[in-house]
Design a protein around this ligand. Structure first.
Ligand code: A2P
Length: 298
């Protein structure tokens, strides 16, 4: 299985990352250090995860040179206004202890007003191009190497890419797992040279147990002599996506980096099992954010 994907910029991005969403402040540093020691060179974080400072400290405390580690961060919804981007990007860069970031994503296709909590900015939600243009500017000025999106469905991607973009989105980071495998989005992305990144790849903390105890997953693990988590993580890379398993447990962190090419018949069996039940998302903040629409609606 591929260890890296090549992005439109020519940069090579490692196919497996440590995800740090929901990694607590008190444990994320240890997790990052364990990951770097195990050989991870890709950490997927975000301003909104409230732990970037601890990720940065752990990187500085490690023996791994900063430029060898692929760091991704994300622009939070309250900072989509073009003039708000640089200050919040600078906070992320300072927290991470770097003067440029490998990848910066628009975290959600939803813009909030900066003042007031969770007040929708309708104009910037309907049209993300002004936000994108400012990100393109920061690519040209060297603070960002690659730009991408997260949680965009096909309609929202097309709404963005209908503009005369200088740089196309390098990736779209979305929920992908056994319960929500999104085969149509994956097919469309491949046809459009857009790499997907899988968050909650094991099903997230609520459904990981259910995922790893699926008979099909267990039987493939047994047949190949690998763990159920390795079956699922390998399946993601074999589908052609980047995969971002989250763990704060050193033994699991190490386990999750070892991926194996699944024989075609076993891959097909797992793909079929994942795509032949009614899909459901493990996460959708539309209600929690008080939106009167579903973020993922086509
Ligand atoms: P923990 O962080 O306590 O190790 P996802 O990546 O889909 O969001 O899933 C994250 C959840 O899966 C966390 O609860 C994490 O627990 C758990 N997890 C991560 N890796 C493994 C593994 N190899 N085996 C079992 N559970 C795992």
């Amino acid at each position: 299985l591929t260890s890296h994907y090549t992005l439109p910029s020519g940069d090579k991005i490692p196919s497996v990352a440590l995800g740090v969403w929901q990694a607590e402040k008190g444990e994320v540093g240890m997790a990052v250090q364990a990951a770097l020691k195990s050989g991870y060179r890709h950490i997927d974080g975000a301003y909104a995860y409230n732990n970037e400072e601890y990720v940065g400290k752990a990187i500085r405390a490690s023996a791994v040179p900063r430029e060898q580690i692929w760091l991704t961060s994300k622009l939070w919804n309250a900072f989509h206004a073009p003039e708000d981007i640089e200050p919040v990007l600078d906070v992320t860069l300072a927290n991470l202890g770097t003067d440029y970031i490998y990848m910066y994503l628009i975290h959600w296709p939803i813009a909030f007003k900066k003042e007031g909590n969770y007040v929708l900015d309708e104009a910037l939600t309907a049209n993300p191009y002004p936000t994108w243009q400012k990100l393109e500017e920061w690519v040209d000025k060297g603070k960002i190497r690659n730009i991408g999106i997260s949680n965009f469905n096909i309609r929202r991607i097309q709404n963005l890419t209908a503009n005369p973009l200088k740089y196309k989105p390098a990736v779209n980071q979305v929920e992908l797992n056994f319960w929500n495998p999104q085969p149509e989005l994956l097919k469309w992305a491949k046809e459009h040279d857009l790499i997907l990144e899988a968050y909650s790849p094991l099903g997230g903390s609520n459904e990981v147990g259910k995922t790893l105890s699926q008979p099909v997953v267990k039987s493939i693990a047994k047949e190949l002599g690998i763990t159920p988590a390795q079956v699922i993580i390998s399946w993601h890379v074999q589908r052609g996506t980047i995969v971002l398993p989250k763990s704060v447990t050193p033994s699991r962190i190490e386990e999750n980096l070892q991926i194996f090419s699944l024989p075609q018949d076993l891959f097909d069996k797992l793909e079929k099992a994942a795509t032949s039940h009614e899909p459901h998302r493990t996460g959708n903040p539309s209600n929690r954010w008080g939106l009167d629409f579903d973020i993922f609606d086509d």
